[in-house]
Design a protein around this ligand. Structure first.
Ligand code: G1P
Length: 382
């Protein structure tokens, strides 16, 4: 969005406000926003979301043409311009032969159907998958400690139900739960990847938007509010939200999901253009996906049709790419402190791969070292 447009938006807003003899604080109060937010907009330093702009417009009692001018300056298309295009579309539909018409109507209903469904749905649940091989090496107490930061984030985000995805036969973690939280468990029988772990929670999550926390990414300090901020973005844009962060070294490309971002929606919030799971070749740009997601329920349909990768795992990132064809997805750039267990995990995986199965004692020894390393890590955080 050009700075010039934002400046124009600021000037227009100030003129309309003065015309009504309102101070910034009075306008802010009428619109239910903060006074500093009004100041930022008037200075051309911030682009309001459509919801915020609409609130300001309502508080200002504008004419139709003034509303259009404000919307355009804010980079939004005035309704009055969209409606004629919709009626054109409807006329074009009427001219099509019936089978094509029906097909288009179906497609269109599917595309806009989720808006109707999601309009009133709030996120209540968080899925936390811990069915990988590392959690299996831990005792219930250690698993409980590992989960503690994730549960705190959940409570901070105001969610009240946790769905743990556990490996079969796995001990249930000993959890010290914040009072408001309820926990349910789902068992992932075959180990078919993160996407599969999410897919099998469909029955418990239902057709509702939900959050996902991967406890391998530990968010510290202010960062513990990441999910809470992502939920606010979901409420505003009604689309899936991913957390992303900068790439630290070339190895990040092959170790994480990579997001290419497009248009900016807000400070630190962008639309996702394309995603790739751990790309080994090709373009070296983009940001890495952090293990925090808010997902619309349509992800379940996408997961159903996601082709497994070369390791026969269903990747959440691949399903998100499928979802991207139907819905927009936004990305929240996480800039706070982040501690990632992934590089350690990769080292351990490489170590285990180099071991020879004909030497079970060495394998046993390596597993023991791995277990101790993991336990030491958890003790550090406890
Ligand atoms: C998963 C996701 C990946 C993401 C990462 C974050 O990978 O598939 O896109 O970047 O979590 O930690 P995993 O760590 O399960 O290999």
């Amino acid at each position: 969005m050009a700075v010039r447009d934002l400046e124009e938006l600021g000037l227009l807003l100030r003129d309309y406000r003065k015309r009504m003899n309102l101070t910034k604080a009075q306008l802010a109060q009428r619109a239910g926003v903060s006074a500093s937010f009004v100041t930022y907009i008037e200075k051309g330093q911030r682009r309001p979301s459509l919801t915020m702009l609409t609130r300001l417009m309502q508080a200002l009692d504008l004419t139709a043409s003034e509303r259009r001018a404000l919307l355009r300056a804010g980079g939004y298309q005035p309704m009055g311009e969209i409606m004629p295009r919709l009626s054109d579309l409807s006329e074009q539909l009427a001219e099509l032969p019936q089978p094509e018409r029906d097909e288009l109507i179906e497609e269109f209903s599917r595309m806009i159907g989720h808006w109707r469904e999601l309009r009133h749905k709030r996120v209540r649940r968080v899925v936390i998958p811990i069915a990988g091989w590392q959690p299996r090496l831990l005792s219930p107490e250690q698993l409980g400690k590992m989960l503690r930061p994730a549960l705190e984030e959940t409570a901070l985000a105001g969610l009240n139900e946790v769905i743990l995805v556990l490996a079969p036969g796995k001990v249930v973690p000993t959890l010290k739960l914040p009072r408001s939280l309820k926990v349910r468990t789902v068992v992932q029988e075959p180990q078919l990847g993160l996407g599969h772990a999410i897919l099998i929670t469909h029955g418990v999550v239902g057709d509702e938007p939900f959050a996902v926390i991967l406890p391998d990414d530990i968010l510290l300090g202010e960062g513990r509010n990441c999910l809470r901020q992502m939920l606010a973005l979901y409420e505003e844009y009604r689309c899936s939200v991913l957390a992303v962060t900068g790439v630290e070294g070339a190895a990040d490309f092959k170790n994480y999901g990579i997001a290419q971002l497009g248009k900016s929606l807000h400070e630190n919030v962008y639309l996702v253009k394309e995603l790739q799971e751990k790309p080994t070749k090709g373009r070296r740009s983009g940001l890495t996906i952090v293990g925090r997601y808010v997902l619309t329920p349509q992800i379940f349909e996408a997961l159903q049709v996601t082709t497994p990768d070369k390791n026969n795992e269903i990747q959440l990132t691949d399903a998100l790419n499928i979802l991207l064809r139907r819905q927009r997805i936004s990305a929240f750039v996480y800039t706070e402190k982040l501690f990632r267990v992934t590089p350690i995990k990769i080292l351990l995986e490489q170590l285990i791969e180099t071991l020879d199965e004909s030497q079970p004692e060495r394998l046993e020894q390596a597993m023991q070292i791995t277990k101790e390393a993991l336990q030491a890590l958890i003790a550090l955080r406890a």
